[in-house]
Design a protein around this ligand. Structure first.
Ligand code: PLP
Length: 245
């Protein structure tokens, strides 16, 4: 018998969405908790507790921290009995943030909304650019961004995903993006996070043409050629080009 349902949405790195409300109704019927890993959307864009989740987990190293100077994670619940258990475990194991880490995170939270709004506008712009220029030129095979509207080439599952992405937005995120002129059916799509992933068309390279399509050679070449984006473990920060690692 299952003890809990655990899901990550959007997933890292394919940006697939999991229907939170549907999972919440299944969890409720079975009387088990639903845990949602919310790292990629952050608490600004999605608040799974509002959609029926029991616990939200996330990495505060990434968007919440936003400055690459703190490591941490969070657990959010509105269930008092679970909160008591979490507090007991924190106290018993001692895995709690230091006062300095807590101070850094409080500093970070003050700009979370502003940063996520901009990350999301930037994310959509890059996803659209890859879709509108990368695919026609044959360099890109597929773009993953849940809010992307591919117009007439959109498949039914991509449409479902886009509608789900809009339904996962918090009321304040929807309000802000609506004020910016976006809606669920905006041409080109709507902002819903700063992460974008895409598949490079590996057949663009003569030397790759005869190889396995899963070959990573083309992607490696692409990554090595980037100037603004650094190869990094974390997301959610910024790295001025003058301080490239
Ligand atoms: C990175 C990541 C984590 C783990 O976060 P750390 O702070 O690096 O330990 C958990 N969930 C998702 C979806 C992530 O992308």
């Amino acid at each position: 018998m299952s003890q809990l349902i655990w899901a990550e949405t959007p997933t890292n790195p394919m940006l697939s969405l999991v229907p939170i409300r549907l999972l919440a109704s299944i969890a409720q019927r079975r009387n088990i908790p639903l845990v949602i890993d919310n790292t990629f959307s952050s608490t600004y864009l999605t608040q799974p507790l509002l959609q029926g989740a029991t616990v939200v987990v996330g990495s505060s190293t990434k968007y919440v921290g936003g400055h690459s100077d703190v490591l941490g994670g969070y657990l959010v619940t509105a269930t008092p009995s679970l909160l008591t258990k979490f507090r007991f475990l924190q106290n018993a194991h001692g895995a709690v943030p230091s006062p300095f880490d807590s101070w850094l995170l409080i500093r970070s939270l003050k700009t979370l909304a502003l940063r996520i709004r901009q990350h999301s506008l930037n994310g959509l712009a890059i996803a659209r650019w890859l879709q509108e220029t990368g695919i026609p030129s044959g360099l890109v095979r597929k773009v993953n961004y849940p809010g992307l509207n591919r117009g007439s080439s959109e498949t039914r599952s991509q449409r479902r995903e886009r509608e789900l992405a809009w339904s996962h937005l918090t009321p304040h995120a929807k309000k802000y993006f609506s004020q910016q002129g976006f809606s669920i059916d905006s041409e080109g799509g709507f902002p819903c996070g700063g992460m974008v992933s895409f598949h490079i068309n590996s057949s663009i390279d003569d030397q790759d043409r005869l190889q396995d399509p899963s070959s990573t050679q083309t992607s490696e070449k692409f990554l090595e050629g980037l100037e603004l984006f650094a190869l990094a473990e974390s997301l959610g920060s910024f790295l001025p080009s003058s301080s490239r690692l």
